[in-house]
Structure formats: C-alpha cells, structure tokens
Write a protein that binds this ligand. Structure first.
Ligand SMILES: NC(=[NH2+])NCCC[C@H](N)C(=O)O
Ligand SMILES: [Mn+2]
Ligand SMILES: [Mn+2]
Length: 306
C-alpha cells in the first residue's frame, strides 16, 4: 500500500503544551521504517501549515484558541482531501482537534468516490461537544460533533462539503463522557461501545460487528486513535489519562483485526504528549500499534473477509 504521512503539530486544542512534539516523537520512534519494513511505500509530506488566524468572538467565554483551531481545520481539510487521492494518509497529531479537519477532508473524498465513510473512534472520550456545550473550552473535545454535522459550528468552523453520517460512527473504549455529549450521542445515533460493553462482551465481537457493516456497504473506514484509548499504565504520554483503558493485548487485537479486514483507508494518531512520556514508550507503542494495523503479525494466519 502507498501511505502518506502528514504532521499536524497542534496543541492549543488540548489546553496544555506538549502535543506539538507528537509528530516528531512518532517519527523518532520509527514510524517510517515500521511501514517500509512491512512492504509499504511511503511519502512523508512534512508538516501542514495553517493559514493566518482571524479574530473571532463567541458567546461561550470558556472557548480556547478558536481562531487557531479553525485555521488548522481549514488547512487540514484541504490536506486530508488531497492526501487521500491515491494513498492511505496517516495524520500525526497534535491533539484530537486535528480530526475536525482530517474527517472533513476524508468525508469530502468519500463523497467524491460515492462511497460511504465509516469512522472508528478509539478513545476514552467521545469528543462530541459543540462550541456551545463544552465547559472546558478545549477544542479537542469537539471534532466528532463538528465532522458529523451537529449544529453550532456555523460561522466559526469551515462549512462542511460533506459530513460523516453519525450512524456510521463507532466509538470504542469510551469511559469519560459529559452529560451534554451523552444526550447528543444518543440523539445522533452514534454507536458507543463503552468499557462496560468491552468488559462484558469482549472487544473482538464488538469490533467484528462494526467491520461487517463497513464491509457490507463497501465503505471507507477512517480510524482515529487517541492515546488515551489505552490504559495509562502502558501509555502515560497523554494529558487526559483516564484509568481502565484498553490493555496492550486488546489494542493490538483491534489493530490486527483492522488489518485483516482490509477496510481501513485513513488513520489519525493523536494526543501523544512526548513531554509526559517515559523514555519514548508511548510513542513506541503507538508506532507498534500502527504496524499491527498495517500488517505486522506474530504468525501467518488466514485472513477473514467482511
Ligand atoms: N481529545 C480529548 N482528549 N478529549 C478530552 C475531552 C475531555 C472533556 N470531555 C472536555 O471536553 O474537556
Ligand atoms: Mn480524543
Ligand atoms: Mn481522549
């Protein structure tokens, strides 16, 4: 497969500094060689550059860095749209606000191709706030709501050429949800598999059911992997750790199943804060998980088709 790598060193969406070093840490941890060793070809497109920030005011006084995030969203939408023309783009965050742009651009690509776009959101959080409902004001908490066309972004974020159908979104690993998000997720029809569901059913059957839907509709599949999907004991380098996350084995299983499905068409690696890491172990784990998603395996085994 031909992959493109794009760096999106945004940190203003997370309300603390450090995520702007994410792309660098992922490159240092050997992302490129992990991909080429698996037989993929690769173009590193470097770093996306946002346009000049515009002054904007909004009624929610808590909002942080709105001009900066909207400028990045515009630039990333274009970058994601072009990068997805003939390759599998891998977006290196940066905090999760990068997904406002990556999803918007990929959704436009899917619309051009006349294919349904599905999204697998691997995260402790659903990031389903609007500009009006976020209490923290951290805009890494809004990208999924924006890209799926929830109201309240008009006039601030770029208008969407195509949006993600909320009914084609599966959020997996969720364990920290604000009340406004809970209501909005239910209303929009997003599939939320929280940790309780994973404990009770196991992660594989939940993911398999979703992949079967994607396969049945010949969908494209965007995977958005937030570091805090993982348990903090194996992935400390994130500003929003929540106890009780995916284990090392669960995370690799998800990636291996995604590889076997052959359905993944784009990927975000987000929220890595190298300032909080321990000798690069979280960056290394993110690269190893990407390798599993891209075909690294322990033993050969027959693949399953969806
Ligand atoms: N991408 C993330 N880490 N998001 C965390 C969001 C946490 C919380 N729901 C907020 O809006 O502030
Ligand atoms: Mn997130
Ligand atoms: Mn999160």
């Amino acid at each position: 497969m031909h992959c493109t790598i794009l760096g999106a060193p945004i940190q203003a969406g997370s309300g603390r500094m450090g995520c702007d070093m994410g792309p660098s840490a992922l490159r240092t941890a050997g992302l490129a060689s992990a991909l080429t060793e698996l037989g993929h070809t690769l173009t590193d497109l470097g770093t996306v550059t946002p346009a000049a920030f515009r002054t904007v005011t909004h009624g929610n006084a808590a909002l942080k860095a709105l001009p900066e995030i909207t400028a990045w969203t515009e630039a990333l939408t274009e970058a994601a749209y072009s990068a997805s023309a003939d390759a599998m783009p891998i977006f290196l965050g940066g905090d999760h606000s990068i997904s406002a742009g990556t999803l918007a651009g990929i959704a436009r690509r899917a619309a051009d191709l006349g294919r349904p776009l599905f999204v697998l959101w691997l995260d402790a959080h659903p990031d389903f706030h609007t500009l009006d409902t976020t209490a923290s004001g951290n805009l890494h908490g809004v990208p999924l709501a924006y890209a799926s066309g929830q109201a309240g972004f008009e006039g601030y974020f770029p208008s969407l050429k195509a949006q993600v159908d909320p009914k084609r979104i599966c959020a997996l690993g969720i364990r920290s949800v604000d009340q406004a998000e809970r209501l909005a997720l239910g209303k929009a029809g997003v599939t939320v598999h929280d940790m309780r569901m994973i404990d009770e059913h196991g992660i594989a059957p939940l993911l398999r059911a979703f992949l079967e839907r994607v396969g049945a509709e010949n969908g494209m599949l965007h995977v958005s992997l937030d570091v805090d999907f993982l348990d903090p004991s194996i992935a400390p380098a994130v500003g929003t750790t929540v106890p009780g996350g995916a284990t090392f084995r669960e995370a690799h299983l998800v990636m291996e199943m995604l590889h076997d499905s052959g359905l993944v068409t784009s990927l975000d690696l987000v929220e890595l804060n190298p300032f909080l890491d321990e000798r690069g172990r979280t960056a290394t784990l993110m690269v190893d998980l990407t390798a599993s998603l891209m075909g690294r395996r322990i033993m050969d085994r027959p693949t399953r088709s969806y």
